[in-house]
Design a protein around this ligand. Sequence first.
Ligand SMILES: *Cc1c(COP(=O)(O)O)cnc(C)c1O
Length: 429
Amino acid sequence: MKTKNSQNLFNKSQLHIAGGVNSPVRAFKNVGGTPIFFKKSRDCYLYDEDGNKYLDFVGSWGPMILGHSNEGIIKAIRKQTSKAISFGAPTKNELEIAKLIKSFFPSMEKIRMVNSGTEATMSCIRLARGFTGKTKILKFSGCYHGHVDSLLVKAGSGLATLGIPDSPGIPEELSKLTVSIPYNDITALERAFNKHGNDIAAVIVEPIAGNMGFIEPSKEFIKSLFNLKDQHESLLIFDEVMTGFRVAQGGAQELFKVKPDLTALGKIVGGGLPVGVYGGKTEIMSMIAPDGPVYQAGTLSGNPVAVSAGTALLKQLKDANIYLELDRVSKLFLKGVAAAAKKNLIPFSYSVRGGMFGFFFTNDLPQNFEDVKNSNLELFKRFFQGMLEEKVYLPPSAFESCFISTKHSEEVILKAVKSAEKVFSKIKL
Ligand SMILES: *Cc1c(COP(=O)(O)O)cnc(C)c1O
């Protein structure tokens, strides 16, 4: 495979951009080799600077749920830019997208728009502290909530990829206020609430974890979260930046039929442009300035171009059949890959919801971060590199989820299964 141009670009980028990339997981540190530089995308395909064409299972980490270069989104952006790019003042479009978001997420009685998932979770944390008057945050190891100081304790995603347990630069005084316990562990949850209950402002959780691979919670775990936060008058924040509009129209909270106090959204909600949203109960959201004293602001928040892209995508996601089809096609892929793994005596397990899935090189499906770390990460690396040679682009880390789009046809998926068969047959255990 030709990668000369990507290699050149990466070498030059390293002279001007920290680490050569604008977000760490892109650097391929976990899988080896140099990152691919892309220049074009359409439907389920990516085109790189060396003329290679790849089948994409990243989808810009979620937003490309209807495939790359979606006509509706492009049209909406063009129409908006012909009128205005930014005002820093309110627009009718913001009202429209707010109503649209609420129709998917009824728990979000009032919303506020920001510019990234990080900003959304950060604002939820400040609001929870302001509302409850308490200071501590309870989170789960391997869950990633953006690069917020208080939330970079035992976080997943890029930190897990690079093996950074806790980031330097965060004062101990602050990290002491974050309690991190294993995902899906009800005993640890009860113990944490017994010990810190009176001080816990909020529990923040990925209601389906997507940043330590893809891990579903047990029903009992979700139930315990609600019981314990009620008993101790803490708030429950669902970080649905990844799962929102992805595992189902209304995210994990729709699947589990629950209503968290606050929800953070990102990724899909901006249709590929930088948007974050947070929201929840009116009583809590009224604490935000200008109604209340908790301050949060953004010069470009609710930016007309970003909002037009998000609105155009959300409108198309009103069709619930999309999620059934994504689920069916994802399963088709994973069943095929699992069968190929089995044939070659390679340990393999997987989990799927809607347009999002994860697979692990271990026979027992992981339930938490430790389990994922104990899966065969070397096998992941070899599988990743093998698939890349086959022109299939997977997330460059065993600690990330995979994403498919409505443009991934059955035919394309079966071809990808054939590629996996070929790669497995060459991997020596
Ligand atoms: C991606 C992600 C974030 C951070 O969003 P950014 O837009 O990268 O700041 C937060 N939480 C979860 C669950 C995510 O997957």
